[in-house]
Write a protein that binds this ligand. Sequence first.
Ligand SMILES: Nc1nc2c(ncn2[C@@H]2O[C@H](COP(=O)(O)OP(=O)(O)OP(=O)(O)O)[C@@H](O)[C@H]2O)c(=O)[nH]1
Ligand SMILES: [Mg+2]
Length: 387
Amino acid sequence: MQIKRFEAASTQEALLKIKSELGSDAVVLSTRKLRSGRVPLFEVTAAVDERPEGQRVKPLSLPAEAAQAAPATEETLASTLRRDVEEIKTLLAETAKRPFPYGEFLEMKEMLDTFFDTMGFQRKEKLSGALLKIYRQMVSIGVSRSRAFLLVSTLNRNLPTGDLQDEEGLCRVAEKLLARSIGLSYRTAERKRICAFVGPTGAGKTTTLAKIAARSALEEKLKVGLITTDTYRIAAVEQLKTYARIMEIPIEVVSDKTAFRRALAKLSDRDLVLVDTPGKSNVEPGYIEKLRDLFHLENPVETNLLLPLTSSQDNLAENLARFKPVGYQSIIFTKLDESRHFGMIYNVIDQERKPVSYVTNGQNVPQDIEKIDAGRLAKIIMTRTLH
Ligand SMILES: Nc1nc2c(ncn2[C@@H]2O[C@H](COP(=O)(O)OP(=O)(O)OP(=O)(O)O)[C@@H](O)[C@H]2O)c(=O)[nH]1
Ligand SMILES: [Mg+2]
């Protein structure tokens, strides 16, 4: 490559000099204004490839309009650069302010996963369009992909070919299969006299307890008593005392095991004693052990773990593991009115093999609660609605 420096009164004049000396294949490397004023002077450095014709790099000649335009002085180049840098800075700042679109990203990932699953199934076993639709629906409401596949695969292998196109019929059979699977976790046990409510902060423990207390007292005409172990927050005690006052139900506030035993003795005439516990942060040391210790009495306590369906599947799994040492017997899913991921209920039951005693679907006491069995749960999951 030959590199040469040219001086001229304008860049156009310099380009003409370059063309006549180096030929039309010459490439401009830099332009610099050496002198301003009435007699300006420009320095243009150009290069030409000396390799044989066939091996030359295509020349980067100036575009026609650039050659026509005003000479590119140092000032104009610098101001263009400054403008570009400012523009890039503004764009970067705006991008940084915008939150990463996790929702859209996860939705896209879900669609891709389902698409690849569908392709995979078709290679393993031929599924009808109706079955694939059921699979996609189940995954979209939170049923794990392996459980959804197991279900459609069972339908595929056990139903006559003619039935595999009938989506409505398939949904009915799928609902029955789900109900049977969920039913395995239900046992016929006598309802215990003492019921405790544990679970993550804000899961709806106090509200659910109040709903059950009101229903038991008003509809079942049971003599109900309340105990709260939430002595950490005045507002929490007041919340339950208010409910107790309205329902005319006795309430005891306890802070340790001895007081708990005393309270149980005081409420010994009650048909049903409901025990509220405080929500505590994940890092509170000894919290789970304290709960377990409190409820391991000679008087058996039915412990309900409350899980809000507004949580993610990961968060549900975390809370299941965290509360396992308490030794809960039943699960209550709360906030179904704020979620569409009813399929997660099935994942939890299938994994934990524990029955769901209630679901709650709103903030109204005592209306927004439903006592639930396996058949009703399967219906809620398959129809994706509470009605
Ligand atoms: N949408 C909806 N909100 C609910 C439901 N159950 C409870 N809530 C609301 O959730 C919030 C927390 O309810 P609480 O009953 O105080 O929850 P908690 O588990 O006792 O809370 P902590 O004692 O602080 O751990 C309140 O605003 C309730 O009204 C439900 O089923 N649906
Ligand atoms: Mg509470």
